[in-house]
Design a protein. Structure first.
Length: 287
């Protein structure tokens, strides 16, 4: 825990570490509960806790990748709580994007990190939320949720709540590789949650083989690769990008861990795919 506190102290020393224009509102009646620093002392404990977590994940991504807000320009969306659904979501309707949380998920750093990453991916990559590209969106959100939680709490965990409402609530575990489901438009946009476990498991395998932290070098590789993903990114295309970014860090152990993680989940069939260009030609936020 002491290490986590130290990392956060370094983060807060950066200019622009705190987000601007944060609004927490209620879905019960649409009223604004609090704004910006006033949320620290809000009478609603859920609003106060959610503001605390969001400021920290903003700080985390700012310090790790140099990105302010969800779009690199400091933009923040409104946060709505008191959702009567047992769920949390990032959604955009008629040009307006918001986060929605029920009280339970608003208090979970993993879930808040997950939904925050959905917003970042939507602004930078705009992945089509279908089949493999949608599964990558879900996987990266899970990766960020767990990486942020480790940084925030100092505790490493490989499980995250499954919010796929087509089934009973269970837990996704990065340590367990599940069979790939055949995509179908009638089944969770092509099984984006189930098939998202495949790149999630590749991340777990790479971190384990690299003997690193969730919020360490492997996260840098995955994060930068997803920001450069195409709208209909496939697992193979994403795997190739992660290998390129790992190569650019000039760490042979990292390259090996990332490469074999994709072999392990059978996304790649050969040891090193044909080069698609060095990561320096792809990266914008690699630091």
């Amino acid at each position: 825990m002491a290490a986590a506190v130290t990392r956060q102290a370094v983060c807060y020393s950066l200019e622009g570490s705190f987000p601007n224009h944060v609004v927490v509102a209620s879905l019960k009646d649409g009223s604004t509960i609090c704004t910006d620093d006033h949320c620290k002392t809000a009478k609603d404990p859920v609003a106060s806790a959610l503001y605390n977590t969001v400021t920290r994940i903003h700080c985390f991504i700012r310090s790790k990748f140099g990105i302010k807000g969800i779009d690199g320009k400091g933009t923040m969306a409104h946060l709505y709580i008191h959702w009567d659904e047992d769920n949390a979501a990032w959604s955009c309707e008629t040009g307006s994007c918001v986060w929605r949380f029920n009280s339970r998920y608003a208090l979970d750093p993993k879930v808040v990190g997950h939904e925050y990453m959905h917003a970042v991916v939507s602004k930078f990559a705009g992945l089509n939320y279908r089949e493999e590209s949608g599964a990558l969106d879900e996987a990266m959100a899970d990766v960020m949720g767990l990486a942020f939680s480790e940084w925030f709490t100092g505790i490493t965990s490989w499980t995250i709540i499954d919010r796929d409402l087509s089934r009973c609530i269970d837990m996704r575990s990065f340590q367990r590789l599940t069979p790939r489901e055949v995509p179908s438009e009638r089944n969770d946009y092509g099984y984006v949650h189930d098939n998202g476990r495949i790149p999630s498991h590749a991340f777990f395998y790479a971190v384990r083989e690299f003997n690193g932290l969730l919020h360490g070098k492997v996260l840098h590789v995955w994060f930068n690769a997803i920001l450069k993903a195409s709208r209909n990114e496939t697992f193979v295309e994403f795997a190739n990008k992660t290998i390129c970014f790992a190569q650019d860090l000039q760490d042979s152990q990292l390259v090996s861990a990332v490469t074999y993680s994709w072999l392990h989940v059978q996304v790649l069939k050969q040891q090193i795919p044909r080069s698609i260009g060095r990561a320096k030609d792809l990266a914008v936020y690699l630091i």
